[in-house]
Design a protein around this ligand. Structure first.
Ligand code: SAM
Length: 276
């Protein structure tokens, strides 16, 4: 390799490292300023513009938290016991998002939860419900796209004696990229409308998840979307900020970004899905 080639490679490497460091600093500053609160989308958009203007980096402020063993994740005791040595943050929710949701759950005390994409989040939701009452007053419905994964998840939940709090529904992906599910079945399992919607799936696209789940929500249902700083999901959150019947509060600076907001008018939100 010529000296010129080596210099070019080193220059590219330095530019990449500078971009990563600058983006990480922007993320850390936002996190320091806003702490645990959702940060409004325009604030993220301005930070991303600063990164693009100052570096070669084109992505949003994504940081990929290193996968951690749940044993090392400083989790509250009930969760630590249930998750054992599970790896957090690869396919699943990462450790800080798990801790954030646990705190939010103890504060909001949701009794009915619907989630998209099961796994660690299912254990988290079930432990949260168990912590706050028996199964007669709390239930989690998981929409899961992969039948084999759903069966394994049911076994995992049974081994933890959490089955009374959880229903894992097979919800294959329809041609529009959305889960195929019957809102009436979800409402029946929940015995009412959802207090929380937690979206961490499907693998393919999440663009209609929260709008479609408004069919099982009420005014005031809180929604969450994990991985919200990944460009396609950030675009979904921007879209939902304009969606009839939905309110977007912003993205919390944990993990790869946890977007949150509320359903303000369930029928307007679901009608807009049909109009697409
Ligand atoms: C982002 S994952 C959902 C993770 C889940 N909410 C959690 O906290 O563990 C979305 C979907 O990917 C699939 N999935 C989960 N783990 C996987 C793995 N290790 N490899 C491939 N697909 C996986 C499942 O179908 C899941 O519903």
């Amino acid at each position: 390799m010529s000296v010129g080639d080596r210099v070019r490679i080193e220059a590219r490497r330095a530019a990449w490292a500078w971009g990563e460091a600058f983006a990480a600093t922007q993320f850390a500053l936002l996190r320091f300023t806003h702490r645990d609160a959702p940060i409004p989308l325009p604030v993220w958009q301005r930070a991303a513009r600063r990164v693009r203007a100052t570096t070669n980096r084109r992505e949003l402020l994504v940081r990929s938290p290193s996968p951690t063993s749940a044993q090392q994740a400083r989790l509250p005791a009930p969760l630590a016991a249930a998750l054992g040595s599970t790896t957090l943050g690869h396919w699943s929710l990462d450790a800080e998002t798990v801790r954030w949701l646990w705190r939010a759950g103890l504060r909001d005390a949701p009794r009915r939860i619907v989630e998209c994409g099961g796994g660690v989040s299912t254990v988290l939701g079930a432990c949260l419900l168990r912590e706050q009452g028996d199964a007669t007053s709390g239930h989690l419905v998981t929409l899961e796209q992969d039948a084999a994964y759903a069966a394994a998840l049911r076994e995992r939940i049974a081994a933890l004696a959490l089955t009374p709090w959880v229903t894992v529904l097979d919800a294959p992906i329809a041609s529009d990229g959305n889960y195929r599910f019957d809102p009436a079945v979800v409402l029946d399992q929940l015995t009412g409308t959802a207090d929380w919607l937690l979206v961490d799936g499907p693998r393919e696209s999440r663009d209609l998840t929260v709008p479609s789940l408004a069919a099982v929500a009420r005014t005031g249902t809180r929604w969450f979307l994990d991985d919200a700083l990944d460009a396609p999901y950030f675009a979904n959150v921007e879209q939902w900020a304009e969606w009839p019947g939905l309110q977007t509060d912003g993205i919390v600076a944990v993990g790869k970004g946890l977007a949150t907001g509320m359903v303000t008018n369930p029928s307007a939100a679901t009608a807009a899905v049909l109009g697409r």
